[in-house]
Design a protein around this ligand. Structure first.
Ligand SMILES: Nc1ncnc2c1ncn2[C@@H]1O[C@H](COP(=O)(O)OP(=O)(O)OP(=O)(O)O)[C@@H](O)[C@H]1O
Ligand SMILES: [Mg+2]
Length: 369
């Protein structure tokens, strides 16, 4: 049975007569990929990408198969913490395929009419990239199901006895979704993606390679030790490696004749409050708050966020993933809890036996009150 989407109020027939009228300028080209220095450092082709080998190889196979068959690539969902390469993959894939590309953002998809222009403008086998797809409204999500499955949208116009459904065929296309919050994606939407790729933090070697390549792009002299110094302080994240490289370059230009040695890199990053573990002021403040105010936890993330006057979402999306991966913090059924390692980083000495070696579980300990 055809799925019907009722479009009411503002979303009337008028909205569908000339969908191109609403189409944001430049979305059918690469022109709305950010054009600042970030764009200079962002790989434009897949072979320029460093790391994420398992994901890379699976995508490469899917791209080659789609090209051989002359069919659209299956829909792909990328998830993972910010700055690990979701947008980079999403922008490189259409270039590999040699197809058109549009970018949309889930946060602006409040009603089906918001996504209709993107769908009706999608060229044969082209890619539609929806960033922050978890922020799309439920009605838009449901409207997308037949578009993803059968390349068709069903629009119901009018109300009551005058209602009629219009089936609009679409050209076969590929939807690429990106999210930092895979848990917020409903199962029906998730299941409509043929590939679900999770991006992991990068190794120090991979980040050092990114730093070396980007130093060359920025015409900065940097030795190997300095590349590792920056890499080891970048929280496993290429975006941070790039930001730190740019700061180190500025520092070297101002203080060291533009030459980046490991000592220059260390001094520059220390000045920004980044320690030898790559933690910045916000990371340490988070760990310190759990220790000082909540006696090491367990504590709910909202309580910590309110104490720090930051949004719980930004703690969960930007701060916690690396702290969890580094085993400085654990999530227990009763909330966040510092590990012995987390305390060690803060310079706090505790008896590891009494504290519980890594805090993997929520077993009774000094800090479970
Ligand atoms: N595999 C990679 N190789 C080299 N550089 C990379 C790689 N992945 C990401 N980068 C660099 O990191 C920057 C941030 O990556 P990107 O914008 O793709 O992250 P994201 O996962 O989309 O983050 P967000 O969730 O914040 O949107 C890019 O501009 C690029 O310079
Ligand atoms: Mg992105």
């Amino acid at each position: 049975m055809a799925r019907k989407t009722i479009i009411t109020g503002d979303d009337s027939l008028d909205d569908f007569e000339e969908p191109r009228r609403q189409f944001p300028v430049g979305v059918d080209s690469f022109s709305n990929v950010p054009s600042d220095e970030d764009a200079l450092l962002r790989p434009t082709r897949m072979f320029d990408m460093v790391g994420q080998r398992a994901v890379y190889e699976r995508i490469e196979i899917a791209v080659q198969a789609a090209q051989k068959r002359g069919e659209p690539l299956g829909h792909i969902l990328f998830d993972g913490p910010p700055g690990l390469g979701k947008t980079t993959f999403a922008t490189c894939i259409p270039r590999e395929l040699g197809v058109d590309f549009q970018i949309a953002n889930g946060a602006t998809m409040r009603a089906p009419k918001d996504i209709v222009p993107y769908l009706t403008n999608a060229q044969e086998n082209s890619v539609l990239f929806v960033d922050e797809i978890h922020r799309m409204q439920k009605t838009v999500e449901e409207f997308l199901y037949p578009a993803m499955e059968d390349f068709r949208i069903d629009v119901t116009m009018g109300e009551g006895v005058n209602a009629r459904t219009l089936n609009i065929p679409l050209k076969p296309f590929t939807l690429i979704g990106a999210t930092t919050r895979t848990g917020l994606i409903s199962a029906p939407l998730r299941d409509r993606f043929q590939m679900h790729e999770h991006l992991e933090f990068y190794s120090e070697d991979e980040l050092a390679e990114i730093v070396r390549r980007n130093a060359a792009k920025l015409h900065t002299k940097l030795d190997d030790d300095a590349a590792y110094e920056i890499a080891s302080r970048s929280r496993g994240t290429p975006r941070l490696a790039n930001n730190r490289l740019r700061w180190v370059r500025d520092y070297a230009d101002a203080k060291a004749d533009g030459v980046v040695t490991s000592e220059v890199a260390r001094d520059a990053l220390k000045m920004q409050g980044i320690d030898e573990n790559g933690l910045d002021g916000q990371d340490r403040r988070y760990l310190e708050t759990i220790w000082r105010v909540f006696q090491g936890g367990p504590v709910g993330v909202e309580a910590v966020a309110h104490t720090m006057s930051v949004a719980p979402d930004s703690l969960e999306d930007e701060v916690e993933p690396f702290l969890l991966r580094s085993e400085l913090l654990v999530r227990t059924p009763r909330g966040r809890r510092l590990t012995a390692r987390g305390l060690q980083i803060l310079g706090i000495e505790v008896d590891p036996i009494e504290f519980g070696s890594s805090g993997r579980d929520d077993k009774p300990s000094l800090f479970n009150f």
